[in-house]
Design a binder for this molecule. Structure first.
Ligand code: PNW
Length: 499
């Protein structure tokens, strides 16, 4: 309705007169700010860490500088046809040289924590022996910069970049690699634990082990998807189970190396991509079924690390392909940890209670079940509620970190120079709503690390395939531009709440 219209009817004229009277009345009242607020603020506990995450190979570049040895990812990315867009991590985000700028980006987000990984072959180009001082210097400088910026450093000791020399000798198929990993871990924590108070042993056991040594098949809407990563082997099931065993053994030995070499009070734990079975219906019998299914699904990794034994179901299922192990191995694998880190992107499956032997049945995904631009990223925000809940209920974890969560989007720079990644903002809000629900229910989640602070080398998708960052990166100019989601993250971190 327009008051300037010269063709007002009698009725409209009467309404206009009424509006004018109302406006006069309001003008005479003291000014009031009317802000529409959500009915309840979804606040996180005080001291909750708001962080972002990256890994060495995906951002550092400088692949052969300052005495660094080659890793299996240098080798793999240089093999023709392995990376979809033909790019490599040789330069990637050039973070090795631009780390100060990148820490400033994190500061601009109001982030209070940063999870990065240390490149094993930068420290030990030969996998073991004498550490390379220039490699250690880089992480010293990075940690100093973080601390000076008020950002708590969280370091991952292994994010898939095994020194190539160790792979040449047999890699994780050898028990000895677990021992070499622990020696490297002991050296790093001795140097950094005066400033770094949290160490993750290994990132995503399941992905680098299964996808690297046989091909990892994911259950996704519309069918299965098999992913492969370095070193790109196709082992037999029995050999694969032995590699799984050596990886968790490496974790346990590394936990012991941290206890022996780090400053008192240093905390250590794994960062595993938990397979979370989500109850399709939230009622007691279906919740119980999902909890059981989650324990079963994680048998070779989280379950054995936190229970000190392989489940009967896992040993029965693997039969003659079961890993060979001793009781002493199991004790090492289950060395007590201070926290459990979990990467949560998606529900592994939805389940319902069943009166079969195992007590649960899987619900097949509908073909049209929503996903993000990545084919594998099935949307299911409740996964980030149930995953930490089950980690607490199954294994009584004292502290839990969400070590990764995020999504790729097909970001484009709009005519006004901005990047409107509305899909990522909606993803973030729905997942963090569920995470806040977990903290409100008393689950001890201490922090959230968004994958990732900036677009980076997304493994076989390369530099341009899948952009996971809050900052857009132009890999030609190394320019970083905040996306809309960066603004969202900043506001959430500032308010310590879902926004
Ligand atoms: C994680 N899945 O990998 C890794 O830890 C990161 O290095 C990686 O960049 C990030 O997630 C995004 O992909 C995953 O298929 C790979 O479910 C695959 C899956 C999950 C995580």
């Amino acid at each position: 309705m327009s008051e300037s219209s010269g063709r007002q009817s009698a009725v409209f004229g009467a309404v206009s007169a009424g509006v004018a009277t109302l406006r006069n009345r309001m003008a005479s009242r003291p000014k009031q700010q009317t802000v529409v607020q959500p009915s309840s603020e979804r606040v996180f506990p005080s001291g909750f860490f708001w962080g972002t995450a990256t890994s060495a190979y995906q951002i550092e570049g400088a692949w052969n500088e300052d005495g660094k040895g080659p890793s299996i990812w240098d080798t793999y990315a240089h093999m023709p046809g392995r990376i979809r867009d033909g790019t490599t991590g040789d330069v990637a985000n050039d973070h090795y040289h631009l780390y100060r700028r990148d820490v400033a980006l994190m500061k601009s987000l109001g982030a209070s924590a940063y999870r990065f990984s240390i490149s094993w072959p930068r420290i030990f180009p030969e996998g073991r022996g004498t550490p390379n001082p220039k490699g250690l210097d880089f992480y010293n400088r990075l940690v100093d910069e973080l601390v000076a910026s008020g950002i708590e450093p969280f370091a991952t000791l292994y994010h898939w970049d095994l020194p190539q020399v160790l792979q040449d000798n047999g890699g994780w198929q050898l028990r000895d690699t677990a021992k070499a990993f622990a020696d490297y871990a002991g050296c790093v924590v001795e140097k950094l634990s005066d400033r770094v108070h949290h160490f993750f042993t290994i990132n995503e056991f399941r992905t680098f082990v299964d996808a690297g040594h046989r091909g990892h098949t994911l259950n996704i809407p519309g069918g299965d998807l098999t992913i492969s990563v370095a070193p790109g082997l196709r082992l037999t099931p029995g050999e694969l189970n032995q590699v799984r065993h050596h990886a968790v053994l490496g974790h346990g030995l590394a936990v012991q190396a941290v206890r022996a070499n780090a400053r008192a009070g240093t905390k250590v734990g794994p960062a595993e991509v938990i397979l979370c079975a989500v109850p399709m219906i939230e009622s007691p019998q279906h919740i119980k079924a999902a909890e059981r299914a989650t324990r079963d699904a994680n048998a070779p990794f989280l379950t054995v690390m936190l229970e000190g034994k392989y489940t009967d179901a896992y040993l029965k299922k693997t039969g003659s392909d079961a890993p060979r192990f001793t009781d002493e191995d199991l004790k090492i694998i289950a060395s007590p940890v201070d926290f459990v880190g979990i990467n949560v992107y998606k529900p592994a499956c939805y389940v319902l209670a069943s009166d079969n032997d195992r007590g649960w049945t899987e619900v097949p995904f509908a073909k049209g079940h929503p996903r993000m631009v990545n084919r594998w990223l099935t949307v299911g925000p409740e996964a980030i509620y149930w995953a930490p809940r089950f980690v607490q209920s199954l294994w009584q974890a004292k502290e839990i970190f969400i070590t990764e969560n995020g999504c790729a989007s097909d970001d484009v720079i709009a005519a006004d120079g901005k990047i409107y990644d509305t899909d990522r903002v909606v993803f973030l809000r729905s997942y963090l709503t569920q995470l806040q629900r977990a903290t409100a229910d008393g689950v001890p989640v201490k922090g959230y690390f968004h994958w990732s602070v900036m677009d980076n080398f997304e493994w076989t998708a390369g530099l341009t395939g899948n952009r996971f960052g809050l900052f857009h990166v132009d890999f030609k100019t190394q320019q970083r531009v905040p996306k809309l989601s960066a603004t969202w993250f900043r506001e959430a971190a500032k308010r310590n709440a879902v926004v």
